[in-house]
Design a protein around this ligand. Sequence first.
Ligand code: M6P
Ligand code: ZN
Length: 202
Amino acid sequence: MTKYFSSFAISVDYSNGKISGIAPIQRHLVDLKNHFFDRKVVEEMLSSGLNPLIYEVYEAFQPSEPGHLNFGTTVLNPGKIGEEYFFTKGHHHVRDCGETYSFFKGKGIFLLQTKNGETAEMPLEAGTTIYVPPGWAHRMVNVGKEELISIFCYDAAAGHDYGSIERTGFAKLVVERKDKTQIIGNPFFRRSDKKWTLGEVT
Ligand code: M6P
Ligand code: ZN
């Protein structure tokens, strides 16, 4: 016999992305230290006790079985590590499935890539809704001066695969150079054998 779960409602504060009754997952610089391009700046900051909060995720998790949906909000703070803007770690899904993100505050860039090397970038502002099809890794980058906040929804059985991105990196980086936001190629993409340090760009 089918087991029915109870329906429920949550309350999202649209000014700051917080969801009442949900404790956020927090990611600080130390949790992303292998993801930022400029390892030297990361090491200097961490060794001098600087470990900023990069983002928070308020997520209503459901049983991880087909049919259910996980949903919640992501609050990505403004800031940079060296030239590179703050971003979410980024992931593939273990079980290929789509995801939607609806942005209601801030300014950003959404980065997508497949394991075959295709890439896509989309500008983000309040009102933008993104559909991430199955097979595309995804990351959001905050290029604005305030928080970048979105509501997301995806298959509760999807799972997060972070390992693939940790091994290859994202193909594109979003940086501020000459007072401009620029999307540049990542010189270390797919070079997981390399210990990244500035100055090794070939
Ligand atoms: C969205 C959802 C979450 C995810 C979060 C942060 O809010 O996709 O499932 O955890 O983004 O992204 P990441 O897991 O890459 O750190
Ligand atoms: Zn996802």
